[in-house]
Design a protein around this ligand. Structure first.
Ligand code: NAD
Length: 336
């Protein structure tokens, strides 16, 4: 069987890690990279990954990359929002190439962008390609994994899932959007003007779980509050004095008939261990039987995202056409 030729679009923290993983797999071939960074253009991917030449060149133009490399699949790792990645998805689909994206909202774009989601689905079907949104979260911990756990359930009364993680490995963009290093007043202002957003993906995860299980929600509500630090915390990108904000406690509620039937909790902060907080992923399903899953420490976000996106490649290649979710495809598994 010929290796699947993968074009990596977006060569940042996630994209470069995915490219490395693709290079390790015999059934995959990294045929090229697309990124807009001037200092990357025209180089071999290996030059940036600090390893031997790979033969995969970095292009700044997607169409040129396709012409030169004839990819079988694109991994798109450039942005978070459906509206933001839609124009590039359209370009990929129109070239009749399958695509996996880690844009958070694309894990279940019907949650907030129904019209665009239907448009992507129609376009994918017309061009006979598959489009999948995935990642660690959304894409796995707070949705696909929850859904899989219900495979043993007779009935379900309530679902609660939480992911307690450490933001320390992440850079300035994440610090800013989570409000890390702000004062409580600046945090409140940031929430109000939309500069601070907390986690991107609660409506997507909650609607994916609910719709897959046939739960008709009346609404999804979200709450965000600052995690105020009681100690000094410092990472390469941020300094947090005592009394300042170390992260964002973000909670999502799926509500039906006035009751919360799905609750998702995601407190994200830098260096939680400084206040004796251990990271972890937890799922509780109340019903018959009661199920409690506990993963300690958390599944690392970056490594997990790279793994999930790459490991879905063969399953996407084997899938029928259209816009798919993690609930539509077979159980994820590692590519050896
Ligand atoms: P990053 O900022 O490190 O990298 C993004 C790269 O894409 C940069 O190199 C940038 O130059 C390039 N880029 C951006 N727009 C481009 C365009 N239009 N054309 C060509 N290149 C472009 O970000 P990252 O940490 O690699 O994450 C990428 C995206 O994935 C982010 O939006 C992030 O929030 C999301 N993400 C999702 C999950 C998940 O679980 N679903 C997990 C991690 C990251």
């Amino acid at each position: 069987m010929a290796a699947v030729k993968v074009l990596q679009w977006g060569f940042g923290a996630m994209g470069s890690g995915m490219a490395k993983l693709v290079l390790e797999k015999k059934t995959l071939e990294l045929c090229g990279v697309v990124d807009m960074r001037e200092d990357y253009i025209g180089k071999d991917a290996g030059d940036i990954l600090k390893r031997e030449k790979t033969g995969a060149m970095i292009y700044n133009n997607f169409e040129e990359a396709v012409e030169k490399t004839s990819p079988d699949l694109v991994i798109l790792a450039t942005g978070s929002f459906t509206k933001e990645v839609y124009p590039d998805l359209e370009r990929i689909i129109n070239k009749k190439i399958d695509v996996i994206t880690i844009a958070e909202e694309m894990a279940y774009p019907w949650a907030q962008e129904k019209e665009l989601a239907n448009k992507i689905d129609d376009l994918a079907k017309a061009n006979d390609v598959t489009v999948l949104g995935t990642g660690i979260n959304p894409g796995f911990v707070l949705d696909a994994l929850v859904i899989m756990m219900t495979g043993v359930s007779h009935n379900i009364e309530y679902i609660e899932a939480s992911r307690i993680n450490d933001l320390s490995p992440f850079g300035p963009t994440v610090m800013r959007t989570q409000g890390v290093g702000t004062t409580p007043e600046e945090f409140a202002k940031g929430l109000e003007n939309g500069d601070i957003v907390g986690h991107i993906g609660f409506p997507e995860s909650i609607h994916m779980v609910a719709n897959t299980l046939g739960i008709e929600l009346d609404e999804v509500k979200q709450e965000r509050e600052p995690i105020i630090s009681n100690v000094y915390r410092e990472t390469p990108y941020v300094k947090v004095e005592k009394g300042m904000v170390a992260g964002c406690r973000h909670i999502g509620y799926g509500i039906k008939d006035g009751n919360t039937v799905i609750k998702m909790i995601h407190p994200q902060q830098v260096l939680p261990e400084l206040e004796d907080i251990n990271t972890g992923d937890y799922i509780t399903i109340k019903g018959t039987p009661e199920i409690n899953l506990s993963i300690k420490p958390e599944i690392p976000g970056g490594i997990g995202t790279m793994g999930m996106a790459v490991n879905m490649i063969h399953l996407v290649k084997e899938s029928g056409s259209g816009l798919k979710t993690m609930a539509d495809l077979p159980i994820p598994r590692m590519i050896r």
